[in-house]
Design a binder for this molecule. Sequence first.
Ligand code: PLP
Length: 402
Amino acid sequence: MTDDINQLGMRTKAVHAGEKPDPDTRAATPNIVMSTTYVVDPDTTFSIEGQSDDPPYVYTRWGNPTVDQLERKLAALEGTEAGIAFGSGMAAITALFLHHLQSGDRLVMSDVSYAGASELAEDLLRGMGVDVVRANMSDLEEVREATTPGTKLVYTETPVNPILRLTDLAAVAEIAHDAGALLAVDSTFASPIGTRPAEFGADFVVHSLTKYISGHGDTVGGAVLGKAEELTRMRSRVVVHTGGILSPFNAWLTMRGIATLPLRMEAHQAGAFEIARFLESHPKVEQVTYPGLPSHPQHGLAALQMSNFSGMLSFRVKDGQHAKTVLAEQLQIWHYAVSLGHHRSLLFYMPTMDMLENSFSLNPAQEEAFRAYAGEGLFRVSVGLEDPADLIRDLEQGLAAI
Ligand SMILES: *Cc1c(COP(=O)(O)O)cnc(C)c1O
């Protein structure tokens, strides 16, 4: 394997980065090292604080060879110096917040975010005394106003779950940096095949590995990618002590999934285009949101910032509450289920009232901007890897019954 991984294309990186044949057996596929402990030199210190920059393996919560391989592969795909893998996307987000934010610090966070992250910020961070300010990240004036000098962290998600609104990363990175803040981007919907936020100035990239990156709906995981120095500090300050680490087995499954990520994303995108166009032409469908379509309000930005539009889209019909019951019952191939980004096609109805009551606390202008995408509620759609013609036929018969 060549030393300069950055020169290679995404497909080569997805297959080879971070991995090398086992030195003892020459096994080509990475071994899964399940060992919790390692036989160490008697001088080894028991505290993470006393460890050198490149310490030997001591205990798997501090570091594990299989998880390390995944972290290197993820960093290569995102074009960052380093990465840390976690037991879930939420564990990754939690570690990032705990590393950066203390009582009195300001966090400027996307007003619409993955519901778990949003609720974490509203409940836990506010309770700890963090000054959480929510801003519509597609409105640069609003972001500029919220990001006062001394802000510690700006946190956004693009395209944002579930309304698929985009953040102009280069512009928001500039606003964050001008205020002395760092920018973190949850890029789960785009995957590194769609958008590499570090190329636009983001300091941290967050992923739920559960979704496209592992890609088969059988592994929960998360990651934070960024600069080596910062992540080394995060690992010793937060990760080792809060312990939300990824199992080596799940790291191995995730690496296996990543090998086909670039190919899968091509197929997800091709399928999503067909489904989106079908839905757009369907008389019972009121609105379709897909960044790849010219009808997306930020299609120009999407074309600039995304090299793959991913397989996520949303659509609205007149009476969503009724439609969801019919579709959950009628659909033969689609699964009515939460989560996203794997080979099976999934859809799930998200009522606006529920989201406003439980997950987001939007001001009137933010709520209006939210409703422009979500109306009274939307179906979040994750287009899988089945034949698009079969998916369309299934949707056709489902929609006919509503
Ligand atoms: C699923 C998801 C998360 C949370 O990840 P888990 O692996 O479920 O903890 C965070 N952000 C986005 C955008 C997600 O879709």
